[in-house]
Design a protein around this ligand. Structure first.
Ligand code: PLP
Length: 438
């Protein structure tokens, strides 16, 4: 059984898998595949666990901001806004969706390594909780935009846009190279090593047009040790001490690890939360400064396990070397992660949960790329055309990265509650897509 990878409401009877009481086979027939389903209860329980862990570990003020890029259809965004979360956006599109979903500006942070003038102007206009500045170049660009908006003379700091600096500590974490963002050669953030971070702090504090309130770092994604977070926080505080700067707000980013396969280690949430909270407290003690508002930025951790992808098996065939290929009606257009960084998954047969996985197969998509794998070299119960397959832990970085490659229509997504189904996004109709008809 792979229940530990499934949403909390998953249940099995007569070999059939249901989520929030909804039979997955019935949903697939009603809404067609590929189909994504999100379990509302899993999102709420995971968020509650995170809030509880944070409140227990950290005596100062806290905030949890969801990284919108993990998945952010407007209706999904509304659910998260109603749960009282903050949100990290990285584009005008995400910002507009966040606003319409009901996130107030003081709950929104703007990230990104190359924010456009339009994105920065929108952030200034709305007076977002913080703009997270990613480079010295952007610091000066933002200052010039802020200056344009401000009256002559020196505005009071309170009326200046609140900014954080995204600092690159120069740490390598044990995850895929494309998921690392905290090492020396990344495109993200302001490096400590060559003095740019210190220069940015001095520049921002001296600017009459900007209000530097916080420091930020984000090490990457699928990070499964707390050690690098602690080290990064120590480096941020060493930097702050050297500049005699007291951060009022601080974020070690997101990136906490989620399981996609049963053999992956099960690391408790507290490993991350307690280590981060303890490191911040120790550093503030050492500096003799008050605790900052501690902001955690989970994306994957809040969205991945709540989501399940459903596919229908089509062509099954053997190649000359004995390899068995099972192809489904989705693939890299709705789940780019295996092709992009070799992500591993577990497939299950939701209408025959008790059948043993005895057949070794390559599970592939229908798209015109040899790299269009869902799972290379996995075991499944014997399947044939028409069988339903499910991929647990599909809620993050699937639909948000989905494309129209081969002019595929992006799948529908549903939000499931006991006795209730809500369409988060309808199955796309390629011929009526707005961009297509313009
Ligand atoms: C992507 C991102 C996150 C979330 O990462 P996850 O791996 O989804 O938790 C948090 N903060 C920043 C700045 C990011 O870019």
């Amino acid at each position: 059984m792979k229940h530990e990878l499934l949403p909390v409401t998953a249940s099995c009877s007569g070999g059939r898998l249901a989520i929030a009481g909804h039979d997955l086979g019935a949903l697939a027939r009603e809404f067609a595949t590929p189909l994504y389903v999100y379990d509302g209860e899993t999102v709420r329980q995971d968020l509650a666990a995170l809030r509880q862990a944070l409140a227990a570990a950290y005596p100062g003020p806290t905030e949890i901001t969801y990284a919108a890029k993990a998945y952010f259809a407007p209706r999904f965004a509304s659910k998260l806004a109603a749960l009282g979360l903050g949100v990290d956006v990285v584009s005008l599109g995400e910002l507009r969706v966040a606003q319409r979903a009901g996130f107030s500006p003081e709950k929104i942070h703007l990230h990104g390594n190359n924010k456009s003038a339009a994105e920065l102007r929108a952030a200034l206009e709305l007076n977002l909780q913080a703009i997270v500045v990613d480079s010295l170049d952007e610091l000066m660009f933002l200052e010039s935009l802020a200056r344009e908006r401000q009256h002559e003379g020196s505005p009071r700091p309170e009326s200046c846009p609140k900014i954080w600096l995204r600092i690159t500590p120069g740490l390598t974490v044990d995850t895929h190279a494309y998921r690392q963002t905290g090492h020396h050669t990344t495109k993200f953030g302001i490096p400590i090593a060559d003095g740019q971070a210190a220069e940015a702090i001095r520049y921002a504090r001296n600017s009459p047009h900007l209000n530097l309130v916080g420091l930020h770092t984000h090490l990457g994604s699928q990070v499964y040790e707390a050690g690098p977070y602690v080290e990064a926080l120590q480096m941020l505080y060493a930097l702050a001490r050297a500049e005699n700067f007291t951060p009022l707000e601080l974020s070690p980013g997101g990136g906490w690890y989620v399981r996609y396969t049963s053999d992956a280690p099960d690391i408790p949430l507290n490993t991350w939360v307690q280590s981060v909270a303890a490191a911040v407290q120790a550093e503030c003690d050492r500096s003799g400064i008050p605790l900052p508002r501690l902001v955690l930025e989970p994306g994957r951790w809040l969205a991945a396990r709540a989501g399940v992808a459903l596919y229908t098996v089509g062509t099954c065939k053997n190649s000359g070397d004995g390899t068995r290929w099972v192809a489904v009606d989705g693939g890299m257009a709705d789940n780019l992660r295996p092709a992009l960084y070799g992500a591993r998954y577990t497939a299950i047969v939701p209408e025959r949960m008790e059948d043993p996985a005895t057949e070794r197969v390559n599970l592939v998509g229908k798209f015109c790329e040899s790299g269009d794998f869902l799972i290379e070299n996995t075991y499944l119960p014997p399947v044939a055309r028409g069988d339903l397959l499910a991929l647990p832990a599909s809620g993050a970085y699937h639909l948000s990265m989905a494309s129209n490659y081969n002019l595929a229509e992006r799948p529908a997504a549903l939000w499931l509650e006991e006795g209730e189904i809500e369409v988060l996004q309808p199955h796309e109709d390629i011929l009526s897509a707005a961009w297509w008809n313009s």
